[in-house]
Each structure stands twice: as structure tokens, then as C-alpha cells.
Design a binder for this molecule. Sequence first.
Ligand code: NAP
Ligand code: GCO
Length: 265
Amino acid sequence: MNQDMFSLQGKVALVTGAAYGIGFAIAEAYAQAGAKIAFNCRSKEHLDTALANYRQKGIEAKGYLCDVTDEAQVAAMVAEIEQTLGTIDILVNNAGIIKRIPMTEMSVEEFRQVVDIDLNAAFIVSKAVLPGMMEKKRGKIINVCSMMSELGRETVSAYAAAKGGLKMLTKNIASEYGAYNIQCNGLGPGYIATPQTAPLREVQPDGSRHPFDSFILAKTPANRWGTPEDLMGPALFLASEASDFVNGQILYVDGGILAYIGKQP
Ligand code: NAP
Ligand code: GCO
């Protein structure tokens, strides 16, 4: 067995939306394994804070202001990364948003915005980095899916549609480009404590847990929310040689939610 199969030494990784949250933890894991890190976000404030936070961890990340839904911005970012760091070996399509609105009250524009960022952008960024991977005959694309790639719930119609589509885009990239020694897999986090889920964990005025918080604890065998750090090992596995024969799979990191009927109230 190759002892260095989890090493990313000499690799270039682009993690989209990695200013904080899950993306930041994935980028940190990759840097610890030896990769050179590039990331992007839309907000200058988030970018500057993130660069300082990476530096505090000894990571000299390259940060870009780039909206992943904008093909021209993505093309310029990828070209700049390839000129300064080299061909992108690892792409994590992590950038994403959610809008929690009952479907009958959601506007078409709101639905389209979620699908644009959570699904269409993965197509845009993957299309931009695939040529370099094809030339090198090697590459890793990891799409950050969700419980909502498998399950629905009230108010998240756009998000579930996008994440379900992202699961199938993952399988299709795996099918179409596997012959180039490119592996495309999904990472399916469960319920993770990040700014995205903060509204679901807000302490109630009477000091009690948010009802959804209690619901998730009852649905999770581990009886806890996940943390971005819980994703570091699985994300490293999918980015490393250790997963060279894993292709088109969704690796769920959910504490067992998908396997469990839930604790009796
Ligand atoms: P988050 O804390 O809200 O962070 C989202 C990141 O994406 C931010 O850096 C944000 O920065 C960036 N972003 C959003 N839209 C963008 C765009 N159009 N272009 C470029 N960057 C953009 O989210 P998270 O909880 O870390 O989630 C990260 C990914 O994991 C998402 O795809 C999410 O759907 C997925 N996920 C999350 C959970 C969970 O429980 N937290 C579970 C399963 C899957 P700017 O706002 O500055 O652009
Ligand atoms: C929600 C949550 C979920 C998580 C995640 C679960 O409102 O249900 O935001 O969608 O973000 O995607 O895996």
C-alpha cells in the first residue's frame, strides 16, 4: 500500500466558496496534506477575513473575488490560478446558498438563484477546469451535495432540486471523463453547524433549543450536529490517490441520519 496515498503534496486545489464554513475546513485539510490552495467568494469583506484566517493557520491561500455563476469571472479566475499555481488538480464545488421559503410563496427568481448557484455553477466551474485535467490525464472533482440530494422537506424545494441535480451531474461527469483518469464524486454533509444553518439552531426567547435543532438531534444517532471539521477526512479521501478507483459516488457524512428512523419522542 502506498503510504503517501493521502498526500496532496504538489497538487493545486480550488475550493469554491471557501471563505468560511465547510469550504474553509476542506481547504484547510488539503493544505495540511500539502496542496496549494485557491478559493473564491463574492464579498471583499469575507475574502479579506478569510485570507487572514488562512494565514493564521499558516496557509498562504490565493483568494479571488469571483461569482461562480458568472462564466467570464470563472474563466478569468481559473486562467489566473493556472498561470500562478499551475493546472488545477482538485476542484471542490462547494459554494452554495439556500432559501427556506414555502414553494407556493417562492418567486421564480428566487428558485432560479438557488439553482444557478447550487447546480449551474458546478457545471460552469467544472467545465472550466476539465480541459487542464484532461491534458494531465488526472483530476479530482468533488461536488458538495446534501441530505437534500436524497430527501425533501418543507420550504427547500429549490435547494433540494439543485442538490438532487448536483448528484446526477456528479454521476455524469464521472461517466463522461473517467477515461481521462478523472474521478468525480459527491460529498454529502448531514446537518453541519455553519452560518448557513445558524437560523435552524437559534436559541429561542425562552432559552430553549430551536425546534429544528431538537428535531435534528433526534434524527441523528450521534445526537449532535456535525462540524466542518467532521468533513475534513472524507474530503481528503476523495481528493487523494486513495480514492482513484472511486467514481460517481456520493459519500454521505451525516452521523447516520440517512440510516435512522429517528429517536422516539
Ligand atoms: P455557508 O457557511 O453559507 O458558506 C457559503 C460560502 O459560499 C461562503 O463562502 C459564500 O461566500 C460562498 N458563496 C455563496 N454564493 C456564492 C457565489 N455565487 N459565488 C461564490 N461564492 C459564493 O455555507 P456552508 O454551510 O459552509 O455550505 C457550503 C456548502 O455545503 C454549500 O454548497 C451547502 O449547500 C452545502 N451543505 C451545507 C450543509 C450544512 O448543514 N451547513 C449540509 C450539506 C451541504 P460569499 O457570500 O462571500 O460569496
Ligand atoms: C435545511 C438545511 C439543510 C442543510 C443540508 C443538509 O434547511 O434543511 O439547511 O439543507 O443545509 O443541506 O444536508
